[in-house]
Design a protein around this ligand. Structure first.
Ligand code: F6R
Length: 244
């Protein structure tokens, strides 16, 4: 696992955007795995800039997202489909038919079948990840087992609390989500995890400072991946005592 410490969030986003740009230039029809939440926002802004100002071409890029809330329609303001359209897809030259986000409404079993079929239809070249304060990646929450394939996950109370900042009323935060499994994430050719946001010191320390690879901190599985990169700020590195 490669660990890169950047001066600040903007520096981390530039490094991540460089990786993604390299991937697109090497393979214009690559498949990117994408994440929602606050952590990737600066990366998406930088990619939009490069698309508009430097001709970074998304016209053949294909994407699949990590997860979606169960119970929210694609039109819902807090659905991850809506989020991705707003913060990235509507602002770059991607063909939206080449973007996949599991459906949160309708029959969950049917959505799951579609999600699994999408994932088995091709390899992910580069998967972007954020880190949950409880150590989750995608919505693979800590527990006694982790699931290999896409599945329905009950969200941890800490995840519901963290994500309530996007909703008018915390009671509106969905309790369940569709998520890629840990195996789906591990099968991606390369992984890029950006650690940003508050309350992530403990999870970051478990990932970076050694100790067991454990279902109790799903992000620790990144240590077993053949091409995983973790990006964190100098401030966080100092706080947790990470030494290069
Ligand atoms: C989002 C996702 C989650 C987030 C994580 C961190 O699609 O799968 O794992 O990456 O919860 O969220 P933020 O970046 O909002 O702190």
């Amino acid at each position: 696992m490669q660990v890169i410490v950047g001066t600040d969030y903007a520096a981390l986003c530039a490094i991540a955007a460089d990786r993604i740009e390299k991937q697109i230039r090497e393979k214009p029809d690559c498949r990117l795995g994408l994440a929602t939440g606050s952590s990737p926002l600066g990366i998406y802004e930088e990619l939009i800039r490069r698309c508009r100002e430097e001709g970074l071409d998304f016209s053949r890029v294909r994407t699949v997202n990590l997860d979606e809330y169960l119970g929210l329609s694609p039109e819902h303001g807090q659905s991850y489909r809506h989020f991705m359209d707003r913060v990235l897809f509507d602002r770059i030259n991607i063909d939206k038919r080449n973007t996949f986000i599991p459906r949160g409404d309708g029959d969950p079993e049917e959505s799951l079948r579609e999600f699994r079929a999408c994932l088995s239809g091709g390899e992910i070249d580069l998967q972007l990840l954020g880190l949950g304060s409880d150590g989750h990646i995608g919505f693979n929450e800590p527990g006694s087992v982790l699931q290999d394939q896409a599945h329905i996950e009950e969200l941890d109370p800490s995840t519901i609390a963290a994500n309530s900042r996007f909703f008018d009323d915390p009671a509106q935060v969905p309790r369940r989500a569709l998520t890629m499994g840990i195996g789906d994430i591990m099968r991606a050719r390369s992984l890029l995890l950006i650690i940003s946001g508050s309350g992530k010191e403990e999870a970051a320390a478990r990932l970076l400072l050694g100790g067991d690879v454990t279902c109790l901190c799903p992000a620790t599985f990144l240590r077993l991946h053949r091409d995983a990169t973790v990006l964190l700020s100098r401030t966080l590195a100092d706080k947790i005592g990470w030494k290069e």
